[in-house]
Design a protein around this ligand. Sequence first.
Ligand SMILES: NC(=O)c1ccc[n+]([C@@H]2O[C@H](COP(=O)([O-])OP(=O)(O)OC[C@H]3O[C@@H](n4cnc5c(N)ncnc54)[C@H](O)[C@@H]3O)[C@@H](O)[C@H]2O)c1
Ligand SMILES: [Zn+2]
Length: 358
Amino acid sequence: MNTLVVDLGDRSYPIKIGRQLFTNPALLTEHIHGRQVMLVSNTTVAPLYLDAVAGMLAGFSLQSVILPDGEEYKTLDTLNTIFTALLENRFNRGCTLIALGGGVVGDITGFAAASYQRGVAFVQIPTTLLAQVDSSVGGKTGVNHPLGKNMIGAFHQPNCVLIDTNTLDTLDDRQLAAGLAEVIKYGLIKDSGFFTWLEQNMTALRTRDKQALAYAIERSCALKAAIVAADERESGQRALLNLGHTFGHAIETGTGYGNWLHGEAVAAGMLMAAELSARHGWLSTDAVRRTEKLLRQAGLPTSPPAEMTADRFMDLMAVDKKVVDGGLRLVLLKDIGHALVTSDFRQDLLAATLAGAT
Ligand SMILES: NC(=O)c1ccc[n+]([C@@H]2O[C@H](COP(=O)([O-])OP(=O)(O)OC[C@H]3O[C@@H](n4cnc5c(N)ncnc54)[C@H](O)[C@@H]3O)[C@@H](O)[C@H]2O)c1
Ligand SMILES: [Zn+2]
C-alpha cells in the first residue's frame, strides 16, 4: 500500500492506495469519529462491496443507506434520503459518514456530511477510476440542479480516502475510459512527462494492467493533492482542474444528466479547449493532434453530440461557475503540461470552436 497526504494543516488527511485494503479494518477504523457510522452506497456498488466494508466496522453502531444509481439522482431529493436515515437513527454530531461508490455517491455523501448538523466527519471509499483519481480527493461536494451541474454544494474535506484498486475489476470498460479522461487531464495541465507516459501506456491501462493502473492513480492523486494543498478554495491554480469542464458541463446538462458520462463530456471539452488554444496560436497543432490521439486511444469521444449547437453551448456556459462578474473564464493550454485560466480569449475564436466542434 502507498500513502499520500493532502497537506491542509490540521485538516490534512491520507490517501491510502493499494489492493485488498478491505481485509485490514484498522486502515478505516482509525479515521472514524464516534461510534455511529452511516455507510452510503448505491444499488450497484452495495451488492459488490458493502459487506466487505461493513466487515471492517465491527464494534461500531452501523447503519446504511442505499441510493438509486445514476447522475440523474445526484439531487437534493436524494440528499434528503440520507438526512432522513441519519435523523431516523438519531445520529449525533459525533458520527461519521462513509461514501462507498463512484463520484456521484461521493459528492452527495460529502455534501450530506458537510451540512448534517453543520458538519460531521466522513471517509471516501471511491470505487470508480474517476472517483479514485479525482472526485474523492479535495473536498468538493454537492448535487446538481436541473438548471446547472454541481450548483449546490460545499467544500468539506474527508478524514481519509481509501482506494482499493481491486474494486476496478468490476467496473465496465466505458466507466474505466471515463476515468481516464481525468487522468489525461492531469498530464495536460501539469505534467508533460506523465502525458508522455500515458501515450506509452494507454494500451496497458485499457487492458487493466494492475501496475499501470496503480501508477496512474498514484500520479493523479499526487498531482491533485498538491494542487488542493496549494489552493483549497479555488482562488488560483485549482481552477486548472476544470480544463474541459466548462464545455463538458454544458454537454452533460444539455444532453440530460447521465446520457453522456462526466468523463466523456470532459474528454470532448478538453479537445475543444485545445482547439480554441490552437486557434489563438498558443498551442501547437501537433499538441492538439497528440491530445486527440490519446483521447481516442483511451476510448473517449473527441467531439460533442450534434445536438450541442453553438447557441446551446453559449446558453449553458453562461450559468457555469467559472463565470465571474459576467465574464466567462476558460482553462486553456499553452503547451502539454501547461494550462492557464483566462477570460482573455477572442469571442470570434470561441464561436468558431463551438460551431466547428460538432
Ligand atoms: N468532487 C469533485 O471534485 C469531482 C471531480 C470529478 C467528478 N465529480 C463528479 O463525479 C461524478 C462522476 O463520478 P463517476 O464517474 O464515478 O460516476 P458514478 O458515480 O455515476 O459511477 C459510475 C457507474 O459505475 C458504478 N460503479 C461504481 N463503482 C463500481 C464498481 N467498482 N464496479 C462496478 N460498477 C461500479 C456506479 O454505480 C455507476 O453506475 C459526477 O457527478 C461528477 O460531477 C466530482
Ligand atoms: Zn471532472
